[in-house]
Design a protein around this ligand. Structure first.
Ligand SMILES: O=C(O)CCC(=O)C(=O)O
Ligand SMILES: [Fe+2]
Length: 290
């Protein structure tokens, strides 16, 4: 789908059907311009990437939430985030931020190898969706300057096929638009044959129990995450994923963000089905003691 679904269920439906969806005017171009300006010095100062996957004519850097406070508005864009949750919550208790990465494709950048982002993990293919990716263009993206290429209907069980069927779609976009695609969808950056830099940012979300691509706790240690809203802090990992995953001293890591921390000992954070099962077991044990 390349039209403009304004509600999260329509976006999720398009992703289930096509593997991707371009959301037109997901945010204001003015917000994207602010982000682009805030990151200008970092784009300038960053060295070219190394290796054929990243591409030697690209510049990339992460940790965008610590570089510009405006980035939080992209990460928390409510319609997209709700679509992400609709798509991923069947397989997890809560979603987490997988990465934020600014990408500049300089003139002469080669087309990136087509790939599926889910292949960063070695899980079963064709049954589970692990990740949803969002590409936010800061400049116009077109066929000439390396717009992201995405292969329609290459997602889900189609990821088991050896070859992609058909031609890719060129994700032509303006700042403010967002290309949302599944971790199972085949895609890649295009070749930049223009004489201008194509800039944008990738923001991706994954199942809450996976190891994120970018180490969120190190990129946003408590002193940084303390300034985040509770929702943003939870997304970068200051939240337990039931049961008890990501705990510190048996407690929710969000306690590290409080001014005066009180550690009162370990405390279960279980899924309802698990809580019920262990409560029933404990009741049996107590009855047997009598
Ligand atoms: O730059 C792009 O258009 C896509 C980049 C990408 O897919 C990646 O780096 O994983
Ligand atoms: Fe990718």
């Amino acid at each position: 789908m390349t039209t403009a679904p304004r509600n999260s269920s329509a976006i999720a439906a398009a992703l289930r059907r096509d593997g991707f969806c371009i959301v037109r005017r997901a945010v204001s171009p003015a917000l994207v311009a602010k982000v682009d300006r805030a990151l200008a010095r970092d784009f300038e100062a960053t060295a070219f990437s190394r290796g054929p996957f990243y591409g030697e004519r690209t510049k990339r850097f992460g940790g965008l939430l610590a570089r510009s406070r405006h980035c939080a508005r992209l990460v928390l864009q409510d319609v997209i985030l709700a679509a992400v949750e609709e798509l991923l919550l069947p397989w997890c208790d809560s979603v987490q931020l997988n990465l934020t990465q600014a990408v500049a494709l300089h003139p002469g950048a080669l087309a990136q190898a087509p790939h599926r982002d889910q292949d960063m993990w070695r899980g079963t293919i064709g049954e589970v969706e692990y990740l949803v990716n969002v590409m936010w263009p800061f400049t116009r993206y077109d066929a000439d300057n390396g717009a992201t290429l995405v292969w329609p209907e290459s997602h889900g069980a189609a990821a088991l096929a050896a070859e992609p069927a058909g031609d890719p779609l060129v994700a032509t976009m303006e700042p403010g638009d967002a290309l949302v695609f599944l971790g199972s969808a085949l895609h890649g950056g295009g070749a930049n044959r223009s004489d201008a830099v194509r800039r944008g940012a990738i923001i991706s979300y994954c199942l809450g129990w996976l190891k994120p691509y970018e180490n969120q706790w190190l990129v946003y240690p408590p002193d940084v995450a303390r300034d985040f809203s509770p929702e943003l802090a939870a997304l970068v990992g200051y939240r337990q994923h039931r049961p008890n995953l990501g705990n510190v001293e048996g407690r929710c890591p969000s306690l590290l963000l409080q001014e005066r921390m009180e550690w009162a000992g370990a405390e279960d954070a279980l899924r309802p089905d698990q809580a019920e099962m262990v409560a029933a077991h404990a009741a049996e044990q107590r009855a047997a003691q009598r």
